[in-house]
Design a protein around this ligand. Structure first.
Ligand code: ADP
Ligand code: MG
Length: 546
């Protein structure tokens, strides 16, 4: 994509940020590998984004549609598509700017409309990054904003030399794990764990039953390892729901999500509830750290890679945490001598309607969900919802007769019957006849006698929704690294089945990052962080004990 021309306001803006950016541009032309200059460029680009935010803030002109920054960014940083060399001198892979309508799609049908609705342009993503940075800043200033930006009370990151055995509990959304983690130093860990599925009855029953179930699982796990439940131990509790924390081991549930609604937990301290259940079950364990899974993922990855400043979850739900400078958290009223703190963004709640490409299908899903009008970003990205969006689209295509000759099945009409894992299988199916897609439709959704055309359409719908999710996730990551001004070097640790198993998800995110950050995207490393959330809780318990 050629760099758009600079317009006049941009030119003035460019003058005000003059010196650093001129140096950066010269550097860009001459040399991509000199690391000092690269750091200067990274800081200058992040400054440009942030300065623009400030201008918009002061002028009350919040993220206007005629964005001034995106052409600016594009002018300063050559995008990958423009053939900018990577630091290694390689040309990055060509990226897909927009969808070309496949030949099997009828021009006058619903599919071309779907293409338009689900495709998110680079420009739209750039707008989202700017707006998200601004929302992050507002959330750090005061409570009550779109992004909660919750201080985690985690103020130290591991050195990699911590040792010892620690217990962790990890409640993600679909699964619940009890883990025993051995920290071996030098970034090495060993983990033993028991995984349980949390049934719908437990999710929506009473809180007491839910916490009693956790205590029983912990007791069984200790017994399975031959450990005495009466021996005193400390435990890190990964609780992946919005919690208002007032200490490392205290926090009240602000809101359930991801299908949970257990009674008697809202506005209660979940550490107290767990400690109570453990005492009741005669288990001598005390919760010493309450951790969000994003924070756990970040800390656990930092144990082996000190460049890790961001933790992201792309599982049942989605969220992110990052390391913020204390001076950038005006709402913090505690100890001001602390240099930095991990902030839980709760980005799943991002819901700017003028920016997010919300379709009628997203709206239908939202209104029928257990938490209507909440967690809109999460509902466009995460594992709990992606398959459900596909299902809504398929029902629409069936109703117009464009799919399955207009024939539906009770299974397809059942809410949440189309698991996101099916999308992975379908997207991974590259056979000529799309035979695995056929198997999914027949065996899991009771749709028989499908044509190849039907299967192509289903696959294409999955692609549209999967690509949109990856691109929106990338915009979130770009917003965080821009806010941190860490475009020079940053590892983003990502946990969750969607990132891990959904084919092409990681590469689609990388493509979008390149569109957003140009050459700087090479410095942002997206890494799979398996089981990071539980290990992180154990590590935080260790750091806290230390
Ligand atoms: P949790 O969020 O409980 O920690 P996971 O990270 O395993 O758990 O995420 C579970 C979510 O991931 C579910 O919503 C499920 O639909 C989705 N999922 C599971 N397997 C796959 C897969 N192969 N491809 C895409 N999504 C998947
Ligand atoms: Mg998880």
């Amino acid at each position: 994509m050629p760099a758009p021309p600079l317009d006049t306001p941009l030119f003035f803006f460019g003058l005000t940020t003059g010196v650093a950016l001129t140096a950066a541009s010269v550097f860009l032309i001459n040399n991509f590998t000199a690391s000092r200059a690269q750091r200067a460029l990274a800081a200058a680009v992040a400054d440009a984004v942030l300065a623009q935010q400030q201008l918009e803030h002061q002028g009350g002109e919040l993220a206007s549609p005629s964005s001034k920054l995106s052409p600016y960014l594009a002018a300063v940083v050559p995008t990958a598509g423009a053939g900018a060399p990577t630091p290694n001198g390689d040309l990055p892979a060509l990226r897909r700017q927009s969808w070309s309508v496949p030949s099997f799609v009828a021009a006058d049908g619903t599919l071309p409309k779907l293409e338009m609705e689900f495709t998110v342009s680079s420009k739209k993503l750039q707008k989202m990054v700017r707006h998200m940075v601004n929302e992050m800043r507002k959330g750090l200033e005061a409570d009550g904003h779109m992004l909660k930006m919750i201080p985690s009370y985690v103020v130290t990151r591991p050195q990699g030399d911590e040792v010892g055995q620690y217990l962790a509990l990890d409640l993600g959304g679909s699964n619940f794990r009890v883990c025993m983690i051995e920290l071996r130093g030098q970034g090495q860990t060993a983990i033993r764990q028991a995984k349980h599925v949390v049934s719908d009855e437990l999710k929506t029953g009473s809180g007491e039953q839910l916490f009693d179930f956790f205590a029983t699982c912990i007791g069984d796990f200790l017994k399975s390892l031959g450990m005495d439940t009466r021996e005193k131990r400390s435990l890190g509790f990964t609780f992946s729901f919005p919690v208002s924390q007032n200490a490392i081991n205290h926090g009240e549930l602000m809101q359930w999500n991801k299908g949970f609604s257990a009674s008697g937990v809202l506005h209660k301290d979940v550490v107290v509830l767990l400690n109570k259940a453990l005492t009741k079950a005669n288990i001598n364990i005390h919760v010493t750290a309450l951790v969000n899974d994003t924070v756990g993922t970040l800390v656990s990855h930092a144990y082996r890679d000190p460049q890790t400043y961001v933790g992201v979850i792309l599982g049942t739900g989605t969220n992110a945490a990052y390391v913020e400078r204390m001076s950038a958290i005006p709402k913090w009223t505690g100890d001001k001598n602390i240099a930095e703190m991990v902030i839980n963004t709760e980005w799943g709640a991002y819901d700017e309607e003028s920016i997010l490409p919300i379709t009628s299908y997203d709206n239908a899903l939202d209104r029928a969900s257990s938490n209507p009008r909440l967690q809109i970003f999460e509902k466009m990205i995460s594992g709990m919802y992606l398959g459900e969006i596909v299902r809504y689209v398929l029902i629409d295509l069936i109703s117009t007769g464009e799919l399955f000759r207009g024939n539906s099945t009770p299974k397809i009409q059942t809410p949440y019957a189309f698991d996101t894992a099916y999308m992975s299988r379908i997207e991974r199916d590259h056979s000529l006849e799309l035979s695995d897609t056929k198997a999914v439709l027949e065996n899991l959704l009771d749709v028989h006698n499908t044509t190849v055309q039907d299967r192509r359409i289903v696959k294409h719908v999955c692609e549209l929704i999967g690509i949109r999710a990856a691109r929106l996730s990338a915009a979130g990551v770009a917003a965080i690294v821009t806010k941190m001004k860490r475009l020079d070097a940053c590892t983003v640790a990502i946990d969750g089945s969607v990132f891990e198993h959904y084919p092409h998800f990681a590469n689609r995110m990388r493509d979008a990052l390149r569109e957003l950050l140009g050459i700087m995207a090479e410095n942002i490393v997206l890494e799979q962080a398996r089981d990071g959330s539980g290990q992180g809780a154990a590590l935080i318990a260790a750091l806290h004990t230390k």
